[in-house]
Design a protein. Structure first.
Length: 295
């Protein structure tokens, strides 16, 4: 593979040949992720990384993170901000403009909610970091690994080759994140439906699902436990309310045999030291654990 090409992204030194333009020099998460995002929407990205636009005619090109246009944010008044105060960077501006088009192309079921999920969980934090709004990203893991791809002082590598390496990392990151976003949004919708119909204090799933966000969004105070088939073996019983825990008599027991004798549940296999998780061999015994804790 050419050192200036990755998948459907081709780098060029000629602005006239390009259909996309961004800045040259040191790259950041913003411009790298923007490039990957565009590659998901455009069949072939021919990218020119330049220091300035100058007097070139770029009306037929997507120009981002440079040029003070629609997808740049270096104007004196920047280029808009969200209601929470986070300014847009190039990825935020591109996502706002064509994010829903991209999700439609993927065949996403709930485009609006997935669009908002991606913005709230990922895009806005890249924007905040690029705009030096550090107060918004203090408690959020940001993909700063991208900056590590820039050529080091003792490394014999071209700027284009380093940029391609960054694209490879960002591409994998993006694919994992969008897959997670789609799964979370669809899962939340399923769980909200279950909560609306539930008459017990627990929910049952045949696999682990994003139950915490769903319960939080529902505002339901009745659900205290979730039961689901473990990825290891048997079933897990998890407490979802901060004020609740499993009884001390089984949490503080010296071993699992003692916990079994106390509860009378022989299929109990594990009790978490924090009192928030129990594991059992079967679904019936998982329900018994909940019933015992509610006595």
């Amino acid at each position: 593979m050419s050192s200036n090409k990755y998948k459907n992204i081709q780098l060029t030194n000629q602005i006239d040949e390009a259909n996309c333009i961004t800045h040259s020099g040191r790259f950041h998460v913003d411009d790298v992720i923007s490039t990957i995002f565009l590659s998901k929407v455009i069949d072939n990205v021919i990218l020119s990384r330049v220091p300035t636009i100058g007097n070139k005619n770029v009306e037929d090109k997507i120009v981002y993170d440079i040029g003070l246009g629609e997808f740049d944010h270096h104007q004196k008044n920047r280029n808009g901000k969200r209601e929470n105060g986070i300014y847009y960077s190039s990825i935020g501006l591109l996502w706002k403009k064509i994010g829903k088009e991209y999700l439609k192309k993927l065949g996403v079921k709930n485009i609006d909610k997935t669009f908002e999920y991606m913005d709230k969980e990922l895009i806005q934090y890249i924007d905040a970091a690029d705009n030096m709004q550090i107060e918004y990203v203090e408690n959020k893991i940001s993909p700063d690994f991208i900056k590590l791809c820039n050529p080091q002082w003792n490394e014999n590598i071209s700027e284009d080759e380093a940029f391609i390496n960054a694209l490879k990392l960002a591409d994998g990151f993006w694919d994992v994140y969008i897959k997670n976003a789609i799964a979370e949004v669809e899962g939340i919708e399923v769980i909200l439906g279950k909560i609306a119909k539930c008459k017990e204090c627990y929910l049952i799933f045949d696999r682990e699902m994003p139950y915490r966000k769903a319960i939080q969004l529902s505002g339901d105070n009745k659900i205290k436990y979730v039961i689901f088939k473990s990825r290891r073996e048997g079933y897990e019983v998890r407490i979802v309310k901060d004020v609740c825990k499993f009884k001390d008599e089984i949490v503080l027991a010296k071993d699992i045999d003692t916990s079994r004798k106390v509860t009378g549940i022989n299929e109990l296999t594990y009790v978490d030291n924090h009192g928030k998780l129990c594991c059992t061999e079967t679904l019936d015994s998982a329900i018994q654990v909940v019933e015992y804790n509610e006595l």
